[in-house]
Design a protein around this ligand. Structure first.
Ligand code: UGA
Length: 461
């Protein structure tokens, strides 16, 4: 009898488990990763993108860019019929209960946010909602400066759809905190979920969806106003960037202090729980599609309100300068760099991604070219992207050892795992002048400096 009761309760629970159909507008790194993760837990997902080629690749079960673990998730979900990409926007609205907007928000030339992709996604969504009878939830994941959802997103959807927010459709701001290189893991195990809701039904629905997706592992969820949600995203990225610039400032001080090592300082201060150990890795500086863009947008936005931007300014300034410190270290040993052969190991803005957006390697190579150096580069994943930027002005090696062969100086710019295994003897044997400059602190300085001329960010022997 007890067993029957448990079974009946189970049947009721299953019947109650409304499985949401989800759609995404924008199948970039954030949109596709989330789409594939949701589909992998049996949600039906349709992704809209304007790029036909990208849509074809995804429908063939492939990811159009490199992100660890993503290819398998896309392949499985497409094969099971749970994930599909389309260039037809109304298909992605009419067949879904919930739509995430995940288009890019690049910088305008003056650093302010460029909303053109958000606006065109909104127009398409509004147009399709006009023909939809059921209530629909629109969730903005793209990073937008505070007040954008209230002042831009809501009015566009309302005007184009002729429907009212809070009645015929719902609206939430739900920022993402995915890191490239570990985006899949970050979707499955986020530290928190932020829901900026326009009305209770919208917030309840999104929280219910995440409850079904994460089950017992649902992370702490903060429900708040849209403007807070928008600001939380910028404040998070600005704080992380500030931590990186802070430790790079200390690293630059260490270099002037014989006996100092920033890694030891970072480890020790990180043990203070109020400071925390993450994002205290000194090096060639931070890059990527978010840090620079978000800092610039926050600065412009704060300035427009007459608010102080002093910490943002200092963070940007330290970060801009940081890759150029590697050039100073090369000059310390080689003097004038004109005609000197420099090998650059690592081009992506961090390991496990093929993304070179705003990468320190770009600033470094430009600086070295200005000095007249001859440059050879190597990266395990992103050679073609770099070639697109620098063409024939530099040389491209097919592996790390051919990159350093005959070089006067090798500079580590990205901490790819395969570089960690290069012993000092290889540099010694292959280079013309064995000078190794460490921009990511992957080698033990004492051991390597026994064999080579060795310099590292934040290290002073
Ligand atoms: C960043 C945030 O970490 C994510 O939470 C956020 O969702 C994302 O931006 C975004 O806005 O979409 P990501 O751009 O993938 O993620 O890069 P990070 O892992 O934050 O690294 C940024 C840069 O800082 C990299 O170049 C990295 O090498 C550098 N960094 C990071 C350091 O130099 N030292 C550190 O200790 C940490």
């Amino acid at each position: 009898m007890g067993g029957l009761k448990v079974y009946i309760q189970h049947v009721f629970k299953v019947l109650d488990m409304k499985m949401y159909a989800i759609s995404f507008f924008g199948l970039g790194r954030v949109g596709l990763t989330m789409a594939a993760c949701f589909a992998s837990r049996d949600f039906r997902v349709i992704g809209f993108d304007v790029n036909e080629e990208k849509v074809k690749i995804i429908n063939r079960g492939k990811a159009p860019f490199f992100e660890p673990e993503l290819d398998v998730l896309v392949k499985d979900s497409v094969e099971k019929g749970l994930l599909r990409a389309t260039t037809n926007p109304s298909e992605a609205i009419l067949n879904a209960d919930l739509t995430f907007i995940t288009v890019g928000t690049p910088s305008a030339p003056d650093g302010s946010i460029d909303l053109r992709y958000v606006k065109s996604a909104l127009a398409l969504i509004g147009e399709s909602l006009r023909h939809k009878e059921n209530w629909h939830l629109v969730v903005l994941k793209s990073t937008v400066v505070p007040t954008t959802t209230e002042r831009v997103v809501k009015p566009i959807i309302e005007e184009v759809s002729s429907k009212r927010c809070g009645y015929s459709f719902g609206l939430c701001v739900n920022p993402e905190f995915l890191r490239e290189g570990s985006a899949v893991r970050d979707v499955f195990k986020p530290d928190r979920i932020i829901i900026g809701e326009f009305d209770k039904r919208s917030g309840d629905t999104l929280e219910d969806f995440y409850g079904k997706f994460y089950g017992e592992e649902t992370p702490p969820t903060i429900r708040t106003t849209p403007v807070n949600a928008e600001l939380i995203k910028y404040a998070s990225n600005a704080f992380l960037a500030m931590k990186v610039s802070f430790i790079n400032m200390i690293a630059n001080l260490c270099q002037k202090l014989p006996g100092a090592d920033v890694n030891v300082v970072a480890e020790a201060i990180g043990l203070d729980k109020r400071i925390g150990s993450l994002f205290l890795k000194a090096g060639a500086g931070g890059g990527g599609p978010c840090f620079g863009k978000d800092l610039a947008a926050l600065k412009k936005f704060a300035e427009s309100l007459g608010a102080s931007t002093s910490l943002i300014d200092a963070t940007i300034q330290v970060n801009e300068q940081q890759p150029l410190n590697l050039i100073k270290l090369a000059e310390k040993h080689l003097g004038n760099l004109k005609g000197k052969r420099i090998a650059i190991l690592g081009l992506s803005f961090k390991p496990n991604t093929d993304d070179i957006t705003d990468a320190p390697s770009i600033k470094l190579v430009r600086g070295l070219l200005d000095e007249g150096a001859e440059i050879t580069v190597y990266d395990p994943k992103t050679m073609e992207n770099f070639r697109g930027l620098f063409g024939n002005s530099i040389k491209y090696a097919f592996d790390a050892t051919s990159c350093i062969k005959g070089a006067d100086c090798a500079i580590i710019v990205t901490e790819w795992k395969e570089f960690k295994n290069i012993p000092p003897e290889i540099f010694l044997e292959l280079m013309r002048t064995p000078l190794l400059i460490e921009g990511r602190r992957i080698y033990p300085p004492k051991e390597y400096s026994k064999h080579l001329k060795f310099e590292a960010i934040g290290y002073s022997p």
